[in-house]
Design a protein around this ligand. Structure first.
Ligand SMILES: C[S@@+](CC[C@H](N)C(=O)[O-])C[C@H]1O[C@@H](n2cnc3c(N)ncnc32)[C@H](O)[C@@H]1O
Length: 206
């Protein structure tokens, strides 16, 4: 995705929060994180965080080891400005996940609506390489993608839709599916989008 950064920067500059994926309350992600990783010291990365309010909820809940990664510096800057003093201590990373080499590992990897933009095996493999490098056995991975009944595009780009089982197959046997659900997201435009949410645990090596 060579022009990916430009696309996403222009989208956030032109539309701000008036985007189909906007959630005032990212409740499903937040509840999954609380259920799967209740310790407030959990190291959490939100991959493709955009301008999501998830970080606000996590900060309010007392989680303090937080990293936000996004290809769009505009989105990250919006989040930093919104958080104000609460942004202190949060690690912001502007990077394309398919060309990024993590330098630490996280206990919990969260991604809502980013992996599904990777529609080629090479991009998906690059993402999973970063996921492996950025986690250890025992880590929790929460992925939310468009469901099989969801839209075929988002932000004008094609997406790959998943069920929990096809997501598990794509991640491979080192990631055990622990929990899954569907959510019908109400967009700010009065339309709906079906999402798959899946929680995995990275298996220990035998
Ligand atoms: C549909 S939005 C979802 C944003 C956020 N997760 C949420 O739920 O509100 C997709 C996000 O992924 C980011 N993104 C797209 N491709 C990316 C890539 N290759 N690497 C990192 N971030 C990417 C975009 O900038 C955008 O913020």
């Amino acid at each position: 995705m060579p022009d990916g950064k430009l696309h996403w920067d222009q989208t956030y500059e032109a539309k701000g929060d008036h985007v189909s994926w906007f959630q005032e309350n990212p409740g499903r992600s937040f509840e999954m994180i609380r259920a799967l990783a209740p310790a407030r010291s959990t190291g959490i990365i939100d991959v493709g965080a955009g301008a999501s309010r998830l970080v606000d909820a996590l900060v309010a809940e007392g989680y303090f080891d937080l990293t936000l990664l996004d290809i769009s510096e505009v989105a990250l800057a919006r989040t930093r400005a919104r958080l104000g003093a609460s942004a202190r201590g949060i690690n912001f990373i502007a990077a394309d996940i398919t060309h990024w080499a993590p330098t630490r590992s996280w206990d919990l990897w969260h991604d809502r609506a980013v992996f599904h933009f990777l529609t080629t095996p090479s991009a998906q493999k690059a993402y999973i390489r970063a996921l492996r490098q950025g986690t250890k056995p025992g880590a929790i991975i929460i992925l939310a993608t468009f469901a099989l009944s969801g839209p075929e595009t988002c932000s004008g780009l094609p997406v790959q839709r998943y069920s929990p089982e096809t997501l598990a197959a794509r991640l491979g046997p080192d990631f055990a599916l622990e929990t899954a659900s569907e959510e019908t997201h109400q967009t700010p435009f009065g339309t709906t989008q079906d999402f798959t949410y899946a929680g995995f645990r990275r298996r220990s090596v035998a």
